[in-house]
Design a protein around this ligand. Sequence first.
Ligand SMILES: Cc1cc2nc3c(=O)[nH]c(=O)nc-3n(C[C@H](O)[C@H](O)[C@H](O)COP(=O)(O)OP(=O)(O)OC[C@H]3O[C@@H](n4cnc5c(N)ncnc54)[C@H](O)[C@@H]3O)c2cc1C
Length: 681
Amino acid sequence: MIDLEKILIIGGVAAGATAAAKARRLSEDSEITIIEGGPDISFANCGLPYYIGGDIKNRSKLILQSPESFYDQYRVNVYVNTMATKIDRGNKVVETVNTVTGEKKTFEYTKLILAQGGKPIAPPIPGAEQPHVFQLWTLNDMDKIHSFIENQKPKTAVVVGGGFIGLEMTEALVKRGLKVSVVEMMPHVMSILEGEIAGFIQRELLAYGVNLYTNKGVTEIGKGKVKLNDNSEIKGDLVLLSIGVRPTLNLAKEAGLAIGESGGLLVDSTLKTSDDNIYAAGDMVEIEHRVLGKEVRIPLAGPANRQGRIAAENALGKKHHYKGSIGTSIVKVFDGVAGITGLSLKGARAAGFNADAVVVHKEHHTSYYPGAQQVTVLIVYDKETGVVLGGQTAGYKGADRRLDVLATAVANKLTVYDLADVDFAYSPPLGTANDAMNMAAYVAENRISGYSPAMTVSELDEYLDGKYPLWIDVRDEFSFNKNHVIGAVNIPLELLIGEISKMPKDRLILVYDDTGKKGHQALRILVGKGFTKVLNVSGGMESISRYAMAVTPKNFKVKLEAIEAKTLENEEVKKDKDEKKTQEEVPNIQKEGDEPLIIDVRTREEFQNGAYPSAVNIPLDQLPQMINKLGSKDRKIILYCATGARSGYALNFLRAHGFTNVENAGGLSKMMARKRKFFGF
Ligand SMILES: Cc1cc2nc3c(=O)[nH]c(=O)nc-3n(C[C@H](O)[C@H](O)[C@H](O)COP(=O)(O)OP(=O)(O)OC[C@H]3O[C@@H](n4cnc5c(N)ncnc54)[C@H](O)[C@@H]3O)c2cc1C
């Protein structure tokens, strides 16, 4: 039986509007009223950056309800421009003032729901009060930024704070043609992410020409420029301050409601405040972190909406317990996506968990289906139980899907063993039979059991303090030449066995490849040959380079590859153009002579990344069209590819067509090792 109540809600956006709608669905006859201090209710604040950037063309799309439509749909009385100024708990009334007319009015309640949210932190930086300095929280803020860009035509912008709103706005401002600089106090943007994940986002920002100033703060804002704490100056015709949000608590404090330890409004699991007749939800409250078991503030839209529902239910007499939040959040910056759920490795260890982490980078769908892109999965787990404590993902496609799986695992205390056994959706355009999530779980299992000892790059950077390991890069020499750990020895995996006798058994050996997969193979070879001090770098060179981009490593140095510039032209269109161009190129086959014809049967893209000197590229699929151009049937032909598999097919094909002097040299690294033979070194 639902009680009949006079429900009064202060704040009419995410938590407040949801609470009102839920209350009406539960109780036909209760009186429900929303008081909103601003001019709009139920607007899409998460969508504000996308209107500024031009992705959302119509401003009206951001307004989800008006007071009239809300009344028509839910019979909820909505008072906009109506600021609550006092809660009189004794008499159960709220005093308000109309911010336009100045009219004062009181509202009675039997149950009050506070959904006042928070406000962006306004840092006391000299110059912050100028008209070219903005914050973004409301439609009004958005309109001001929009019209400043339209009317003042700024050329440069400084975004202060590299959190998700700062980065979404960075993309928006780049899309409006501004040259943007991001200033971040912490070592990297999105400081809640591990370096291996944040580095992916930083690379994306740099590729689009954004300037990054990390480990730096703003000390003064001038006209057209901003001064940093190292006394340097950067250009900024427009400045956006985006350094976090503080809960709006003045009313609650003045009314004597209890404030919690993390600084949010204290509520119990039914979202009841220290007053039996007042509930609260959204950015203003502190709630239990489901993994930490501690009260925290998680100012995000998902929790605010769910809390709004529960506060309404309980205000109407139900007993619905809010389970707490795991803080799942995600950001898209240009084409890149990265997110986090639960605890980071550092956070888990700081909270006393016996935690470890692993990272994998794997294609988001089968590599043979066009458009495959790498997706990264990082899992933080308890070493004893395997329970998933947190996770992070990054990638262009499929990072959101994996993050949601991790969130489900964290919320339900699943283990890495559970994740290893899940059947994830698979068909070639949509996934792989061994999903990145399964793979990350296997890698965690292998680390837990000691079968494949590994460390993430951030862990290694701490662990290596005072140690002098031997780094072995097991990639081919072309990959090695592009980027590597300085001082690493390049021994491609295929050649490792041959070099083992020269390697020291008493020294710590760190093996790495591109993504961690071949590093694991190398580790197993070494362990099999009696090496005991070997570690595989989780996530391989991809993780190492991202980490080095995000954080200056303390205990090793990295040669990084130059970042390829990107433009706002659609990535798919660019790729199609590149593919078409390479398909049109006809390989130039050398004339017959003393030297053998060396054919690289990999794809054009693989060939362009590095190939045997003097090799011609005839991708396996194009061999039939080229067969008549290869010369006499007894000509010496050497074939190779990445691993020897495709060149094996090519060998059979050429033999079937009468070529008698053909050899499969195997993979690229084996081929490179023969160089001396051919050139007589
Ligand atoms: C630009 C931007 C992008 C975002 N993107 C994301 C995202 O992608 N994902 C995500 O999870 N979250 C995002 N968020 C955060 C998300 O919007 C908030 O977590 C969510 O809106 C919180 O809901 P809330 O109801 O607690 O507070 P709010 O939505 O802030 O609503 C509180 C309302 O209370 C009103 N109010 C306050 N005091 C009074 C008073 N005394 N009297 C009357 N009214 C009062 C305020 O005017 C305000 O309208 C974003 C926020 C912004 C600003």
